[in-house]
Design a protein around this ligand. Sequence first.
Ligand code: URA
Length: 435
Amino acid sequence: MTAYDIIMKKRRGSELFQEEIEWITSGFVSGDIPDYQMSALLMAICFNGMTSEETSALTTAMINSGDTYSPSKELGRICIDKHSTGGIGDKTTLIAVPICAACGIYVPKMSGRGLGHTGGTIDKLEAIPGLRTSLTHNEFISVTREAGFAISGQTGSLVPADKKIYALRNATATVDSIPLICSSIMSKKLATGADGIVLDVKVGDGAFMKNYADAEKLAEAMIRVAGLSGKKCTAVLTNMEKPLGMAVGNAVEVVEAIEALKGNCPDDLYDISVTLASEMLFLAGLGSPERCRELATDALSSGRALKAFEKMSELQGGNSKAFYDYSLLGVPTHTREVVSDIDGYISGISCEKTGLVSLALGAGRKTKDGNIDPTAGIIFNKTVGDFVKKGETLGRLVTSSDCDIDAAEKDFIGLFRFSETAPEKIPAVIKIIRS
Ligand code: URA
């Protein structure tokens, strides 16, 4: 077997054998296969795709590069995980997971930091003072046992192949390939060993998948790979044509999530979070989808989900007073209120560019190891479908960073599209695909 032959085979559009995929992946991780050969293979995969069997073999080869876990064996109860393909203002984990915990299922969740635009779940959680996201394995299991869920950063030994391959993909314009995204996400999810996985596959301008057809293909590919590994999996296709909810950043998103758990939740965020939680409960076997939705809404409206989040925060070292005094999450040194200079309906808010404004304010990482300003972000006052009058507040920009807030204000105004008539409503949850 040679790397040259494997690259040529994929370049010609043939299907690779499992042994070939395993050999080249483990060789790349050990350093025997150089970057230039792996890059060439990734590009050939980008052009010619992979069958479900090849994608599954790549996922397995990646899983085998690191540690794997079986939390339900340690905890003695079914464990369910959730994953989002990433979007702007996505704080659904901080709502859906406490709901599930309040319904009695375990969610031991390993999450990532942000790859760009805004922070990831770990960055958001770290806005809560004292909250530790680098848990030892024993802590991870014991917090899950006591609170129903734990959220910890991914360790370096979880799928090291993904780290190496993702770095190459980033540098070689091979990120947006469905089998490569699928194996990257599913290797991390399957290595953490949950019994069922709910995927939030975002579709639209602010997502990896810009159109519905690609999002559906990705969702189906991930469900097939989960099935080939014997796991239950559901994909929820959700709208990312506008930022999710009204807050984008880190502390501001934590506040929005806590408010949601207190009963004050924007419609789109509510629909998606409750749907994800219901699907997680359904995979855990808590009844029909309708019954699981009732359980989820009850856990939310009764305040039990908020209590679950407070418990988890306390066990991970967080100052739970911050749940009732948001100033403890940090007070931004600069606030800029931005008003509309015209009357009209908001017909759209550019989603990807919202991420860029948030990044400019300091809420995301400009370089891989850059710092995040936890207080930075955007709080929208108006959203798609709202009518605004000239002089009304569109939103607030907040930051404690040394950034050009005048430029951010100009870009923020440029995010909005206006119309004379109310725009058609796009549902937040587009489709549910169950395995
Ligand atoms: N998220 C991942 O973890 N991997 C990808 O390739 C894309 C999104």
